[in-house]
Design a protein around this ligand. Structure first.
Ligand code: SAH
Length: 286
């Protein structure tokens, strides 16, 4: 009986294994999709050669199988964390990562992977902009991620993120930074207007910027596509202007991201500001 049970289990296992990856959540960059397609094509060829019945012919080699499984799991975790960041407040996000900082590493591994699909990184546009100006400008990088700006320019850069993975990064919710009022020349938000309370981040930037200071925003283009559920960029620019900025650049030329530059005005307006909702940038399960 035992032998029978063992062999039944063995049989069941053999049948289940090749399916396991399909049941896991998945998020893979496009280039990996090609790999996946190539794998699928190879499998189809093999199963045709073997009359389509051999489990062995469908099974990837062990290292491929583990790599694929790891990718699928980390991709799924990234998608979940990304959605969380876009659908909660900064304070909730801070509490969430404080409870388990390893989730932050997970998020950033997935983020870096996603970025490999982008032909050009918006953070590089910001680095170029800073490099072409006086290095005496003091910069605040709101939602700095791996603090690439601080590592790439000569300026004094205050880098903020929810978790500090580097001594130079200050861990905080960026709606409430430890900076003095009117103390920085450039405030940067590069793909970081994520929380439902994003307007409070821009208000914080307004507080810490000196008059005539720069506010540089790079965001995912689809978030500002009103034909596709995104915000109307005009409404967004108006809201930021109403807070006490003047718009100095609207660049929609890149396929993936938009660049908006503003300068802080001397007097801020006191009127009620209509902030448009910014669509979450969610990644599809592939
Ligand atoms: N600016 C970087 C990272 C972009 S990813 C780059 O362009 O490469 C967005 C970052 O914003 C993440 O690291 C996320 O943790 C951070 N972030 C989101 N909401 C935040 C908040 N309320 N306070 C601080 N950082 C925040």
């Amino acid at each position: 009986m035992k032998e029978e049970a063992a062999s039944r289990n063995g049989k069941r296992k053999r049948q289940r294994n090749p399916k396991t990856p399909k049941e896991e959540p998945n998020e893979t960059p496009k280039n990996q999709n090609n790999d996946k397609k190539r794998q699928r094509d190879t499998k189809t060829q093999k199963s045709n050669q073997h009359g389509g019945s051999s489990a062995l012919s469908k099974r990837p080699t062990p290292s491929n199988f583990l790599d694929t499984l790891r990718e699928k799991l980390s991709g799924g975790n990234f998608r979940r964390l990304n959605e969380k960041l876009y659908t909660c407040s900064g304070k909730e996000a801070l509490d969430y990562f404080n409870e388990d900082p390893t989730l932050f590493d997970m998020y950033h591994t997935g983020y870096q992977q996603q970025m490999t699909n982008w032909p050009e990184l918006p953070v590089n546009s910001i680095i170029n902009w800073l490099s072409s100006r006086r290095s005496s400008l003091v910069v605040a990088d709101f939602g700095c991620g791996d603090a690439r700006i601080a590592k790439s320019v000569k300026n004094k850069v205050f880098s903020f993120d929810l978790v500090s993975k580097d001594p130079s990064v200050i861990a905080c919710d960026m709606s409430n930074t430890p900076l003095e009022s009117s103390s920085v020349d450039v405030a940067v938000f590069c793909l970081s207007l994520m929380g439902t309370n994003y307007s409070s981040y821009i208000k914080e930037a307004h507080r810490v910027l000196r008059p005539s200071g720069w506010l540089l925003i790079a965001e995912v283009k689809s978030r500002f596509d009103p034909n596709n559920g995104g915000a109307d960029p005009k409404d967004f620019v108006k809201a930021v202007s109403d807070l006490g900025f003047s718009s100095s650049l609207k660049d929609f030329s890149n396929k993936m991201f938009i660049l908006l530059h503003f300068k802080k005005k001397f007097n801020s307006n006191k009127k009620k500001i209509e902030w448009p909702e910014l669509k979450a940038c969610l990644y599809k399960r592939r």
